[in-house]
Structure formats: structure tokens, C-alpha cells
Design a protein around this ligand. Structure first.
Ligand SMILES: Cc1ncc(COP(=O)(O)O)c(C=O)c1O
Length: 356
């Protein structure tokens, strides 16, 4: 039996940039500067540059980036925050973490991003913010509701033009992302120095620096800093991101032209980094099982609309028929920068076999 075609291969990805990553990691280890410092500042400048924004704050993950961004724009208990139904749990979980209510809106059928008309319908006098999600890297639109927009670009690093539409853009550098660390990481990115400063304070116990025993300022914060070691890993990967995205775009192009018509790909916005290549297909679970037998891994993003996540029962509200239908039909096929041409053809051949 041949090795399965996998959804990701992080060891192969590391091998492609090993000297750059390992030199930087070793140099941080030897420097003794593990919290903050120039390496974190360099990673922050790098990601801010990619997004065309003035600055960024390195944090310990995309989830905390969302939580701190919501706090920084003033969301708190009793407020409502509009989120799309199709996203990773953290988009709604972050809203609950600040004591607010996720109001889950439906998505557009062609690309799965927030439906601006439904977002308008979902708005109430308690709406305090909105989180469009750039799903799989496609730029999400949003209506102007007169509330701050925090856009979730966890899946959108490497897009050109960049997906960055809010007062704060949040990013995840979870290992499988286009710019992935060797552990958790994330950033809040903005043009507004005051918002960035608020995020930085909230993620550092409310303090300006690492002097824990000095008087703390006005914010009750927490520790959500990006480690210098993870920043070093990220910088070691940074120069490879454009080529990785180009590889993903090429694979997506091949799938577009060669997959059978029964595999209906989600639309992608121009310049999407194609974090996932998702298709809609009838009898999704049966097709998935057949592909597995043929040695092709797949994944389901996402199995249910956010408001139907058991943990959010009674905490989130939403009526999202378009998203519900998509959750029954969406299937993500292997797409990653270490995927070989031969593996891509195996996916194409297997797709032809299962739809014959
Ligand atoms: C859309 C979206 N939002 C938020 C997150 C959370 O990021 P993290 O895992 O870095 O906390 C993810 C991560 O997978 C994500 O895909």
C-alpha cells in the first residue's frame, strides 16, 4: 500500500528551510533573551509589512489575538459580536471569553464568507463589534454597521493583496498555517498605535515591560506574549512564504482544471493563499470514505455552523441555513507546499475514480 497523500507534512516543510530556522533558534537560545526583544520585534515588523499596516503585536496564538483585540476595541459582558457561521471554534470562543454573545450570521454560498446582508439583519442595539473571517484565505466583505471590525486573518497570511479589513486584523501562526511556527503563535495587526498599545498591555499583565513588581497600569491583563523562540522559527520561514503560496495557488489551479465536475470548488478571492482547497460534493461522507480507501486524506472544515457547537449551546444564537447546507457538503482536499506533482495527480485520479 502506498503512503497516503496527506493533508499536511510539517517535517518536510521544515526540511525545506531547516538551516534558516535552526540558525535563528540556536542564536536565540545562546542569547539568553527569551521574552520579547529584537527577534519578536522583527517578526512583528515583518507581519505588519505583509499586511501593509503600521504595526503588530506578537501574541501566543490567534485565539488570544481575537480576545485581546475585542477587549481593546471595548467589547465586554452583555455585548453582541457578529461572526460568520463557517469558521474555526475560536472565532466564537473568543467572543464568549470576553463575556459577550456571538451572534452567528449566515455565509455566502459561493465562498463561505460572511453574508453582509445577513450581518445587517443580525445587528441589534447591543452589537459592539463584528468579526469577518477570511475563510481559507478568501477576503471576507462586511457591511458598515458603525461598530469596530476585527477581521480574523488566521488563514490568510501570504495573500496578495492582503486580507486586512478591520481596525485590528488577527493572525494565527499555528504550525499548519501558511506562516507556521513550531508551536503556538499569533499577531494583532493595526494602523492604530493606541489600539496596538492596548493589545500589548492586555497581553503583558497590563504592564509596559517585564518588570512585574512595578506598579501595573490601568488594565487587568494576562500573559499572552509570543516567545522569542517561536519568533525565530517564524523569521526562518518568512522568506519561503511567497513561494509556498505560489505552490498552493498552482496546485489549486491544477485541481480546478482536472477534478471531475462533481467536485465543485469554493470560489477564491484573487490573490488568496489557498489555506484550504474545499469543494462541495454530494454524498460527501461516502466520497470521503472512498478517497480514504484510495489513500487520499481529506478533512471537513467545518462540520457544523458555529452556533451548533455543543459548547456554545445557549451562549450563541444564529439561524444559518446556507452554512448548514455547506457543512454537509464541504470537503477539503490535500493542499500544502510540500505536496509533489505526483501526489496532486493521485488526488485527481482518485477523484475521477470515486465519481465514475
Ligand atoms: C479562522 C481561525 N480563527 C482563529 C484561529 C485560532 O488560532 P490559534 O489556533 O492560533 O489560537 C484559527 C486557528 O486555527 C482559525 O483558523
Amino acid at each position: 500500500m502506498r503512503t497516503p497523500v496527506r493533508m499536511t507534512d510539517l517535517a518536510l516543510r521544515h526540511a525545506a528551510v531547516a538551516p534558516a530556522v535552526e540558525d535563528r533558534v540556536l542564536s536565540v537560545l545562546r542569547s539568553g533573551a527569551y521574552i520579547g526583544g529584537p527577534v519578536v520585534a522583527e517578526a512583528e515588523a515583518r507581519v505588519a509589512g505583509w499586511f501593509g499596516r503600521r504595526g503588530a503585536v506578537g501574541l501566543n496564538g490567534g485565539t488570544d489575538a481575537l480576545i485581546l483585540a475585542l477587549q481593546a476595541v471595548g467589547v465586554g459582558p452583555g455585548d453582541e459580536v457578529i461572526v460568520p457561521a463557517l469558521s474555526f471554534f475560536a472565532t466564537a470562543g473568543a467572543v464568549c471569553a470576553v463575556g459577550a454573545v456571538p451572534v452567528v450570521c449566515d455565509v455566502l454560498p459561493h465562498d463561505g464568507t460572511l453574508d453582509p446582508d445577513d450581518a445587517r439583519r443580525c445587528a441589534t442595539s447591543r452589537t459592539r463589534a463584528m468579526i469577518p473571517v477570511h475563510l481559507f484565505g478568501s477576503v471576507a466583505a462586511h457591511p458598515d454597521l458603525g461598530v469596530p471590525v476585527v477581521d480574523d486573518a488566521a488563514q490568510a497570511v501570504g495573500g496578495n493583496p492582503p486580507a486586512s479589513t478591520g481596525v485590528i486584523t488577527t493572525v494565527s501562526t499555528y504550525p499548519t498555517k501558511t506562516w507556521g511556527a513550531a508551536g503556538d503563535g499569533g499577531f494583532a495587526i493595526s494602523d492604530d498605535p493606541a489600539l496596538l498599545e492596548r493589545v500589548r498591555l492586555l497581553g503583558n499583565h497590563g504592564a509596559q515591560g517585564a518588570h512585574y513588581h512595578l506598579p501595573i497600569g490601568q488594565h487587568v491583563g494576562r500573559n499572552s506574549r509570543l516567545d522569542a523562540l517561536q519568533a525565530a522559527v517564524l523569521l526562518g520561514h518568512a522568506d519561503a512564504v511567497a513561494d509556498r503560496v505560489a505552490r498552493r495557488v498552482a496546485i489549486a489551479g491544477r485541481y480546478d482544471e482536472a477534478l471531475p465536475a462533481a467536485f465543485r470548488p469554493l470560489a477564491r478571492s484573487a490573490g488568496s493563499p489557498v489555506h484550504q482547497y474545499a469543494v462541495r460534493i454530494a454524498d460527501r461522507d461516502a466520497v470521503r470514505a472512498r478517497l480514504r480507501e484510495l489513500g487520499i486524506e481529506t478533512a471537513i472544515y467545518y462540520p457544523r455552523p458555529l452556533q451548533e457547537q455543543p459548547a456554545l449551546a445557549g451562549r450563541a444564537r444564529g439561524h444559518t441555513p446556507v452554512a448548514a447546507a455547506m457543512c454537509e457538503a464541504l470537503l477539503a482536499l490535500p493542499i500544502h507546499d510540500a505536496l509533489s506533482d505526483e501526489e496532486v495527480e493521485r488526488v485527481v485520479d482518485a477523484a475521477a475514480l470515486v465519481t465514475r
